[in-house]
Design a binder for this molecule. Structure first.
Ligand code: NCD
Ligand code: ZN
Length: 349
């Protein structure tokens, strides 16, 4: 039997939401991952260190007995973020990183940053204290084609931002294009720039959205791109290079909210994310690089040790694994590739 043994992985990009959805989805992330970077785009967003602390407590309160999991919290930047509050949150160990959503780029980003210059003093502080900036890398100009918004972001926003704040440590979240892969590969050697890659962007290209009709459950932001971009992402993830690491961007929405005249962006992958990544590494014949991607590169970037606990995944002969809809008070949530043949599974030790 083929097995992969590695330090318990972490997920460096997760949406847990709050209330009934938080309670329903948290066990799926905590089952596979030791720690996770928790996104702050709640309604209302998590914009102060005090709100971050409160959100952290809400998560810990619903963590099932016997599960060990550490949420690493983020603060949602707005035009009005107070650099002193952010600094205090970081130095006290409450806030791990700050998230930059360009206003209106994605789900619950209406209160995001309208112009980088509005947060110049915040970025200056973050650069000084070594606090990571996590970016949703898409421009919001409606005249820019939706499939080009990431590549344009690199030229118009990220490159000038890095010129102005050369020591700022940045994670380009959920990259989807060969342009982003090339940029990170070239610029990330100094350890100040890295990127997360999701399981869905490794598995699907944009055709999935229109397979025989419109498929809202494959819609997320940044939207999936052409096949050549998917292949570039697979190559980057399976390279084991330190600037690429695991971040699922698991983003639960109820079925009702997805299957609508204006369905929301977000793919929920938590129940099988780790297994779906393993499948990609297996198919690429790069399983030996999985430990770097899933368990080492992320902690290294965030200046944390890898998890001490080790876990084992094994390849089974089972070829069908139906993940049932998750029932919550707010409605049911469907999983990404819920009927896909999944051949990897966590061995309970
Ligand atoms: C995320 C969500 O639903 O909160 N949606 C998504 O499509 N990825 C927000 C985000 O990360 O862009
Ligand atoms: Zn996200």
């Amino acid at each position: 039997m083929q097995t992969v043994t590695l330090p318990r992985p972490d997920d460096w990009h997760v949406h847990l939401r709050d209330g009934a959805i938080l309670k329903a989805v948290l066990p799926y992330t905590a089952r596979a991952f030791g720690r996770a970077i928790i996104m702050p785009n709640l309604r209302p967003p998590v914009t102060t260190a005090a709100m971050v602390a409160e959100y952290r407590s809400a998560i810990m309160e619903v963590l099932p007995e016997g599960m060990s999991f550490t949420p690493l919290m983020t603060l949602y930047l707005t035009d009005a973020t107070d650099p002193d509050d952010l600094k205090k949150g970081f130095t006290e160990g409450i806030v791990t990183a700050a998230k930059l959503y360009p206003a209106n780029a994605t789900t619950n980003s209406e209160l995001g940053v309208t112009k980088i210059k509005n947060i110049a003093s915040v970025l200056e502080t973050m650069q000084q204290i070594g606090m990571p900036l996590l970016v949703h890398g898409e421009v919001t100009d409606p005249y820019v084609d939706i499939f080009d918004r990431e590549a344009v972001f690199i030229d118009k926003i990220l490159t000038p931002l890095r010129k102005d704040f050369p020591d700022l440590r940045i994670v380009f979240e959920h990259i989807t294009t060969s342009e982003a892969v090339d940029y990170i590969t070239a610029e990330g050697l100094d350890g100040k720039l890295a990127a997360t890659i999701t399981p869905h962007h490794l598995h699907i290209n944009r055709n999935a959205l229109f397979q025989g009709g419109i498929r809202p459950h494959y819609y997320c932001l940044p939207v999936a791109k052409r096949e050549k971009h998917r292949l570039a992402l697979v190559k980057a993830a399976t390279s084991g290079e330190k600037m690429f690491f695991l971040g699922t961007d698991t983003a639960p929405h109820t079925r009702q909210a997805k299957e609508s005249v204006c369905g929301c962006a977000g793919i929920f992958s938590a129940p099988s994310a780790l297994e779906l990544y393993l499948q990609i590494f297996d198919e690429a014949k790069c399983l030996e690089k999985f430990e770097a991607f899933a368990s080492r590169n992320g902690p290294d970037f965030y200046r944390l040790p890898a998890n001490e606990e080790w876990v084992v995944y094994e390849k089974t002969s089972k070829e069908f694994n139906e993940i049932k809809p998750i029932l919550t008070e707010n409605g049911e949530i469907l999983s990404f590739m819920a009927s896909a043949p999944i051949t990897w599974r966590l061995v309970n030790t």
